[in-house]
Design a protein around this ligand. Structure first.
Ligand SMILES: Nc1nc2c(ncn2[C@@H]2O[C@H](COP(=O)(O)OP(=O)(O)OP(=O)(O)O)[C@@H](O)[C@H]2O)c(=O)[nH]1
Length: 332
């Protein structure tokens, strides 16, 4: 018998990074790239309703959504269940057969990656079928300093990474990029660090690289395997807004202008699709603090009921204000 035993466990890559850093952009890039892998995707969102599944390409494929909680705490049991079902489906143990050779998990921007990683070591069934391959952390070059100054989660995401992608380098000067690189290096000198734009990275640098090293992580966080679920900052919350009546573009623009002036700093992330009167396409709308963009995306499908829905994630959000303003955007 050969002395070399092949590891038949399914490799898992975890994509992390603060809100808006470019995780979904990377996921879309992975899903459209020509790499020959069959990937099962698990997407976790902070808001009560998932928006990412609408923004992920080929969303009819093997994509499993985990909403209404964060993968690192409240819905960690869902992660274990989904992974268990996936393993059964791959190894033909259930009624369903799903053919895939790796898993990519997109965490919420507020997730602490350590408890997610812990799942692959402390749950015996998961540990038998899956192998944590790499934690990839995206860093938003424009907003990272602010997020690292303010939030424990952003710091943990950097500290726990195997690969750091310093993304959105188009938005800042080279000098700022270098300064940020020094800051990231001081927080995590072991991770590989790449500069990216639109999260584009050769996939051989992030998939199947066998980078997660338990011993090294235990050096960073000795209590890693015993840690309790992560506690989130209670002040950070999400609001989900939904309206089936078409919206008036001018009113929407006025609403957004007021919002960004008065609440821009407190809104970490917002994203969704809008159903605008007179526009045949759905309008994708998203932003990070005051950096906002919207564009017509694709025609509504005949099978879809056009609807505006979006999620706002932030601190100290005045929910009544958002609801009233949004309701007043309905076209007459
Ligand atoms: N200028 C610029 N924008 C980028 C780049 N990469 C991604 N974006 C934009 O940044 C916004 C956020 O990107 P996403 O990929 O949705 O970020 P995310 O990390 O998945 O966001 P959450 O899931 O909400 O935490 C989108 O509007 C992207 O198009 C980049 O390199 N440069």
């Amino acid at each position: 018998m050969s002395a070399i035993q092949t590891d038949s466990r399914i490799p898992v890559s975890v994509l992390t990074g603060f809100l808006g850093a470019g995780k979904t952009t990377l996921l879309n890039y992975i899903l459209t790239a020509n790499h020959g892998h069959k990937i099962a995707v698990i997407v976790n969102e902070f808001g009560e309703v998932g928006i990412d599944n609408q923004l992920v390409v080929g969303a009819d494929e093997e994509i499993f959504e985990m909403n209404n909680g964060c993968i690192c705490c409240t819905v960690r049991s869902d992660l274990i269940r989904i992974l268990g079902d996936l393993a059964d489906a791959k190894f033909g143990r259930g009624n369903r057969k799903v053919d895939f050779d790796r898993v990519v998990i997109e965490t919420t921007g507020l997730a602490d990656p350590a408890p997610v990683a812990q799942t692959f070591f402390v749950d015996p069934d998961i540990a038998e079928s899956f192998k944590l391959d790499t934690i990839v952390t995206l860093v938003d070059a424009k907003h990272a300093d602010q997020h690292l100054d303010e939030g424990h989660e952003a710091q943990e995401q950097v500290a726990f990474a195997d690969v750091l992608l310093l993304n959105k380098t188009d938005l800042v000067s080279d000098e700022d990029v270098q300064k940020l690189e020094r800051r990231l290096r001081s927080m995590n000198s072991a991770a590989k660090l790449y500069r990216t734009q639109q999260s584009q990275i050769e996939l051989q640098h992030i998939l199947g690289i066998n980078a997660f090293d338990l011993d090294k992580k235990l050096e960073i966080e000795p209590g890693f395997l015993e840690e309790e679920a992560h506690e989130h900052d209670d002040e950070v919350a999400s609001i989900f807004l939904r309206e089936t009546k078409p919206l008036d573009l001018e009113k929407v623009e006025r609403f957004i202008n007021e919002w960004l002036v008065d609440h821009g700093t407190d809104t970490f992330r917002y994203k969704g699709v809008l159903h605008i009167k007179g526009v045949k396409k759905r309008v994708v709308f998203q932003g990070i603090h005051v950096l906002f963009s919207s564009y017509p995306d694709r025609d509504w499908k005949p099978s879809e009921v056009p609807v505006s829905e979006f999620v706002v994630i932030g601190r100290n959000l005045d929910e009544d204000w958002f609801r009233q303003q949004f309701a007043s955007c309905v076209a007459s």
